[in-house]
Design a protein around this ligand. Structure first.
Ligand code: F6P
Length: 437
């Protein structure tokens, strides 16, 4: 596979950066980055690359920026669903633009890409004073919305506002829009910041807000465990978000260490028969008298037939409710065999994404925001800031928009889940009684 990691440039950087590492001893390593500062794409990926020397540009301040910050108009937009840390990123961008560079016209675009159309609400100006405390709240002070807008219309609106740098905080669909915008705007830096609670964006170690979401979901799994353990033949089912990726389910199960089965979209499972989910539950209840199942919303879609496909405003396939289906099938199966269970169904749903960011996410958001500002000031475009292999880097949007990240069923994360839960391979055709423990 050949990947092109070269980051496009929207405008030449000819203006000296006003950024001074105030208060720093000049002998410390803090310095401007150059285009020679690179991060190797790590080995498990390079094995698939034609050129093992493939590198990403390192993020960080450059010595030269595009224009005089006093004359710049910069905008921020948040798109898609909510995610813990959105306000932290907005705050980090505004603080860095004002305090590091002296940009004082920062527009907050209202309700996602819709705010870049004439029908959208007017933007409002963001200042250090009005973003100072926003990190304490979940959500986005700018508001969010789903759905693409006409790129030509958005570009025209940006020209009307005189925007020369746009920060786009969103998932893969949003970044596809950012790439198109960058393609039609001359001299404008469009910088993506990867956002999704699902952790399914390519070329990012982990998306911001994910730690917070996992923490909240893990607490709910522990609640389900307490309920199940305190009841005769108690079964707890916890359904978590994640769309087509099972990262929240897998990691929350590992964070709580209370789940006996984890069901994710990447690994189909059999329902019936001794080797299916119901058979495993029978054995588990005989042995321990309680069980906890964590199910990702996109799991088990193979168990729905003949239903009409539905999509959301962004074109994402809406999943059938696997949580409800599990409740029905488990209750009816155990009633049929004359051994009823007491089932509790918990769905933390939107609670995992509407919370304020936890400490580690907060640090991460601020670092991503600062990296994004430095990239925009240097004139980069059609790129996303990312933490890759522990380093902050620039990733071309062309790469980011090529797909979605999923759990590798043959990889170490899934293996750890199987080891930690002790669940057998529930896949159709798995060897009888096969256990990964
Ligand atoms: O992509 C984030 C996410 O929270 C998914 O996990 C979930 O499927 C979806 O958004 C819910 O979307 P909406 O906000 O449109 O209900």
């Amino acid at each position: 596979m050949t990947i092109n990691t070269k980051v496009p440039v929207a405008a030449e950087a000819r203006f000296p950066s006003p950024l001074r590492f105030a208060g720093c001893d000049p002998s410390t390593a803090i310095r401007y980055r150059t285009e020679h500062d690179r991060v190797r794409v790590y080995p498990c990926i390079t094995q698939e690359l034609d050129d093992p020397e493939t590198v990403f540009e390192r993020a960080g301040p450059r010595e030269w920026i595009t224009d005089d910050p006093a004359n710049m108009t910069v905008a921020i937009v948040t798109c898609g669903g909510l995610c813990p840390g959105l306000n932290d990123v907005i705050r980090g961008l505004v603080m860095s633009l004002w305090h590091h560079y002296g940009v004082s016209r920062v527009l907050g675009i209202r309700y996602g890409y819709a705010g870049l159309t004439p029908a959208g609400l007017e933007p409002f100006e963001l200042t250090p004073d009005n973003v100072d405390e926003i990190h304490r709240d979940g959500g986005s002070v700018l508001g969010v919305s789903r759905g693409a807008q006409d790129v030509a219309v958005m570009a025209e609106r940006m020209r009307e506002f005189g925007i020369s740098k746009l920060f786009v905080i969103g998932g893969d669909g949003t970044q596809r829009g950012a790439l198109e915008l960058a393609g039609v705007l001359d001299g404008v830096s469009v910088i993506g910041i990867p956002k999704t609670v699902d952790n399914d964006i390519l070329w990012v170690d982990q998306t911001f807000g994910f730690d917070t979401a996992v923490d909240i979901a893990a607490r709910v799994i522990s609640d389900a465990h307490v309920e199940a353990r305190s009841t005769e033949r108690g079964v707890g089912i916890v359904k978590v978000m994640g769309r087509d990726s099972g990262f929240i389910a897998a990691c929350a199960a590992l964070a709580s260490l209370e789940a006996n089965v984890v069901l994710v979209p990447e690994v189909p499972f059999a329902m019936e028969g001794a080797d299916g989910l119901l058979g495993f539950l029978e054995q588990r209840l005989e042995r321990k008298d309680h069980a906890v199942i964590v199910v990702a919303e996109g799991a088990g879609q193979e168990h729905f037939h003949g239903l009409k496909e539905r999509r959301d405003a962004s074109g994402n396939k809406l999943h059938q409710d696997i949580g409800e289906l599990l409740c029905e099938r488990i209750e009816s199966h155990f009633n049929e065999i004359g051994k009823p269970v007491k089932l509790k169904y918990l769905d933390p749903g939107y609670s995992v994404r509407s919370a304020p960011a936890c400490g580690t996410d907060r640090i991460y958001c601020t670092r991503l925001a600062h990296a994004a500002v430095h990239a925009a000031m240097a004139g980069k475009t059609a790129m996303m800031v990312s933490r890759w292999s522990g380093h902050y880097v620039h990733v071309p949007l062309e790469l980011v928009t090529q797909g979605r990240r999923k759990i590798n069923p043959g990889g170490s994360l899934w293996r750890t889940v199987l080891e930690a839960t002790g669940q057998p391979c529930l896949a159709e055709g798995a060897r009888k009684g096969e256990s990964c423990r």
